[in-house]
Design a protein around this ligand. Sequence first.
Ligand SMILES: [Zn+2]
Length: 175
Amino acid sequence: MEALIVVDVQCDFCPGGALAVPEGDAVLAPINRLAEHYPYVIATRDWHPPDHGSFAPHGGPWPVHCVRETPGAQLHPDLDRGQIDAVLDKGRAPDREGYSAFEDTGLARMLRERGVDTVHVAGLALDVCVKATALAATRAGFEVVLHRDATRGVEPGDAERAVAELRSAGVSVVD
Ligand SMILES: [Zn+2]
């Protein structure tokens, strides 16, 4: 059984958002198409407390983004919610990075309980949370497929390095 994990397609990661990924909204059409093909689709949200440790004012690398309950933390309105079976919030603890959808969320168990053995990954951002999620999925024993056309990176160079790193970790990369 296959599942699709749609990572952090939220307003703050799209153009105009607090931590906009270049062309972040370009993932929407391919993800909406992909979602039709999988029986189980999970959308994750970066869902931080206001004092999250990844925020620059608290010593982290990123501007303040995806503060829980704020408009910027909402899933992008053009994401087809009708195809999403579950929404999973991550990055909720102030002192935990929360890049991976598998960190402190129970996701591996949710997937196994449904008989999922292959995980397809798309969303934002390729060089941060998508990469961390795909690597965690391989470590948890799932077959992992990255959909390159349905993800974008914060930094182009980092994005290509992320793809290489994922390939060497056993992740299949498709366009
Ligand atoms: Zn975050």
